[in-house]
Design a binder for this molecule. Structure first.
Ligand code: HEM
Length: 225
């Protein structure tokens, strides 16, 4: 298999390996005393991680010039939505057995669920319009619509902080993980600020010029009459 072919597999592995792990752990009873809650949380974290990975593709291309990373954005975005759907199904189906009456009662005491639902709606809209056909149909509007992915990421972070703390402003709950995700996502978003991005691209071009000048290969070429 050529190198280009191998790189196509990466987003699929990133999404399917955690699914295999979850199925294995579920089947072996390795998810602790509350496997349903552990499964819901795991699926939520994988959805957020894949969403962050899809946001990392453009900055990775800016920093390295590696174009393959750009081709990973769409599959990773779709997998983030698929995992978020899995997370939702764990909650409404596995946990509540589709008992809508109890769900309605409980969601009233869990306001963070509404923030997650809003993020979910955005991810669904982006997944539905991710096809090339929509790109052509919506023209410039497509880019504007797909910028909502940043809002979705911020909403998921609020959802995460709120879920682990119970009460958003309370002092309970460990916020180490959501904080780590927030710092990572904030850095990725910073790398998209246009002047900073242009400066990085210029520095990269300068470095590749210098490298080309001093590479032994260019030396040989210069000596060829
Ligand atoms: C309708 C949509 C959603 C519902 C009903 C929902 C529901 C929940 C619930 C009930 C929890 C708390 C689980 C627990 O600790 O017992 C939770 C946590 C979480 N959710 Fe969601 N969620 C939704 C959307 C999303 C989306 C779109 C994402 C990510 C893309 C997400 C990521 C997370 C994360 C990372 C956690 C914290 C997991 C942890 O504590 O380690 N959720 N969600």
């Amino acid at each position: 298999m050529q190198r280009e072919q191998w790189t196509k597999v990466v987003p699929h592995l990133a999404a399917w390996l955690p699914a295999l792990w979850l199925a294995w752990a579920w089947q072996r009873g390795n998810l602790g005393v509350n496997p349903i809650q552990a499964g819901t949380q795991f699926a939520g974290r994988v959805a957020l991680t894949i969403l962050a990975a899809s946001l990392a593709c453009t900055p990775l291309n800016t920093l390295s010039g590696w174009r393959t990373a750009l081709a990973w954005r769409r599959p990773l975005g779709l997998y983030a939505f698929a995992w978020a759907t899995g997370h939702l199904l764990f909650f409404v189906w596995v946990d509540y057995g589709l008992d809508w009456a109890s769900l309605r009662l409980d969601v009233g005491t869990k306001p963070y669920v509404w923030v997650g639902a809003l993020a979910m709606l955005i991810l669904a809209a982006l997944a539905l319009t991710s096809h090339r056909w929509w790109m052509k149909f919506l023209k410039r509007g497509w880019k504007t619509l797909h910028r909502l992915v940043y809002l979705a990421a911020v909403l998921v972070l609020v959802h995460y902080f709120w879920a682990v703390k119970g009460n958003f402003l309370g002092l309970s709950g460990s916020i180490d993980r959501p904080l780590a995700y927030s710092v990572g996502i904030a850095l990725l978003l910073m790398l998209r600020i246009a002047p900073l991005r242009r400066w990085i691209v210029r520095q990269r071009a300068r470095w590749s010029d210098i490298r080309r000048k001093f590479s032994p290969r260019s030396d040989i070429l210069r000596r060829v009459p």
